[in-house]
Design a protein around this ligand. Sequence first.
Ligand SMILES: [Zn+2]
Length: 125
Amino acid sequence: MNKEKYRNDPLFSNCISIDYPDAYECFVEEIVTFLRKHNAKNGKSNLIGISQVKMKFDVFTVYVSTEDDNYKIPEMIYEKLATIQRKAFDYCKQCGKKKTQMVIDTQVRKVCLDHFPTRKAVYGK
Ligand SMILES: [Zn+2]
């Protein structure tokens, strides 16, 4: 995995930090592709840029911003980002496999069977 590849990308020119698990690279790519297309359509390669990629309370989170004071980031951009972030939550951040829905302590949770949260310390996986 290569976060370096984003360093010269205009989308990331104002990015303060990029931190995501390897398994989530496809979701970062999906957001990058989406924003690139949107920016190209609007004639400015960095109209909307990515300002931060991080795991916030274990949830894949991407922040965007614009340097153009006359431009307001449309709601549909945030909706699209939220959709991709929600999708990422369905996949294991360690192996990228789709999580399985299980009931644990009477709560429905999504877990990876290979990286079951309460087991990893014991088996060291
Ligand atoms: Zn896993």
